[in-house]
Write a new protein. Structure first.
Length: 205
């Protein structure tokens, strides 16, 4: 499938699951959650966007403008897919799921996801991963989707494994956080693997 379909990241789909749906950002609705996501020190730690408590700065007008400029233009991007993760039961945005770093020649890209506390430990991350990864393979014709997860985030690693990602290597001491070095675990999933288990690897063993 991936050999015959040209990826079109300019299309921003609505992806519907049992408990979550993925949709383009609606800043009037999503801004408070996105703001809390960007301000959450634990999210900064787990994503590697912060190197420790010394990095944290007060949220000001410039940060607010930057957030609106970033999320308000995600629908215009033709080389990546940024979608809001929304809890279906409440209609509330609980985070974001992203396909980025598109390599058109090799039919591959990177995946990342970030959820606020209200969206964690409820299976939302695994379901959101399955939705956007499935779209990556079936809708965009990708062959490989990869990610990095830091060693101090085993919960995220388990969620990725449930969605079909497998560990392929370790970038040793890739992050310096609060004076301690942390490994970055590289994981990936390939189109033939997705075709076999559709994001449910345990079900086909």
């Amino acid at each position: 499938m991936s050999d015959h379909l040209q990826a079109d990241f300019s299309v921003k789909p609505l992806l519907v699951g049992e408990r979550v749906l993925l949709r383009p950002f609606l800043m009037d609705q999503d801004a408070p959650v996105l703001r809390s996501l960007l301000q959450d020190p634990e999210v900064g730690r787990l994503t590697g966007s912060s190197h420790g408590s010394a990095d944290r700065e007060p949220w000001g007008e410039a940060a607010e403008e930057k957030m609106h400029a970033w999320y308000g233009t995600r629908h215009e991007q033709a080389d990546r897919l940024d979608l809001a993760v929304v809890e279906r039961a409440t209609g509330a945005c609980v985070g974001e799921a992203v396909l980025n770093e598109w390599d058109s020649g090799n039919h591959s890209c990177n995946f990342r996801i970030a959820l606020v506390a209200a969206g964690q430990s409820r299976g939302f991350g695994t379901e959101a991963a399955r939705l956007i990864v499935g779209y990556g393979f079936e809708g965009l014709g990708l062959h490989r989707i990869s990610l990095g997860v830091f060693a101090f985030n085993p919960r995220a690693r388990r969620a990725y494994e449930k969605a079909g990602f497998v560990v392929e290597g370790i970038r040793r001491d890739a992050l310096l956080y609060d004076g301690a070095w942390v490994d970055d675990i590289v994981m990936s999933i390939l189109a033939p693997e997705w075709e076999r288990h559709r994001g449910h690897p345990k079900a086909v063993r």
